[in-house]
Write a protein that binds this ligand. Structure first.
Ligand SMILES: [Ca+2]
Ligand SMILES: [Ca+2]
Ligand SMILES: [Ca+2]
Ligand SMILES: [Ca+2]
Length: 167
């Protein structure tokens, strides 16, 4: 009887010891995971890139490399106003775009979706010297770059504007 009790007690002690060992393993694993996650986060592995620091991750930023937190895109082609100097939607900044912006000089252009009354490139709600400078600066170049997958010049019809291919 004494031996049985001793055996039972030993078994109990062994189970408690096993349980403790398992708990320690679980705790150590959790600690290792936490440390790993913290290191990965610190290294930027789980941090989505926002190169121009405008609060919009690059994958969805309609104007990469320029801070445009409001993402204004009047013609909804996926290229934010700030880097969209292609007014006539031919995927190039050319004489036609320059002529249009020049013709709109001095015009107010408050932001609203599909606002195509005047082309405010620099987001100051009007067309002026800065907008013309932007068009000159991008002359001979396509709009963008944009991080939005729908901002595809080849998918934009060459006639008409504000078709909202990338609202
Ligand atoms: Ca941007
Ligand atoms: Ca645009
Ligand atoms: Ca153009
Ligand atoms: Ca402007």
């Amino acid at each position: 009887m004494r031996n049985d009790r001793t055996d039972g007690s030993d078994l109990g002690v062994r189970r408690v010891t096993d349980l403790r060992a398992r708990m320690i393993v679980v705790l150590l694993s959790a600690c290792a995971l936490s440390v790993g996650f913290a290191l990965a986060s610190g290294a930027g592995l789980f941090h989505e890139e926002d190169a121009d620091s405008d609060g919009i991750v690059d994958d969805g930023d309609n104007c990469l490399g320029l801070a445009n937190p409001i993402q204004r895109d009047d013609d909804e082609d996926g290229y934010g106003n700030l880097c969209d100097t292609d007014i006539n939607q031919d995927c190039n900044t050319g004489a036609g775009d320059l002529a249009t912006v020049f013709g709109e000089f001095g015009t107010a252009s408050p932001w609203s979706p599909k606002n195509l009354g005047a082309h405010d490139v620099n987001e100051d709600n009007g067309v002026g010297a800065a907008d013309l400078t932007s068009v000159f600066g991008k002359f001979g170049n396509p709009p963008g770059p944009s991080g939005r997958s729908c901002a595809d010049c080849t998918a934009t019809p060459t006639s008409g504007q504000g078709l909202g291919v990338c609202p």
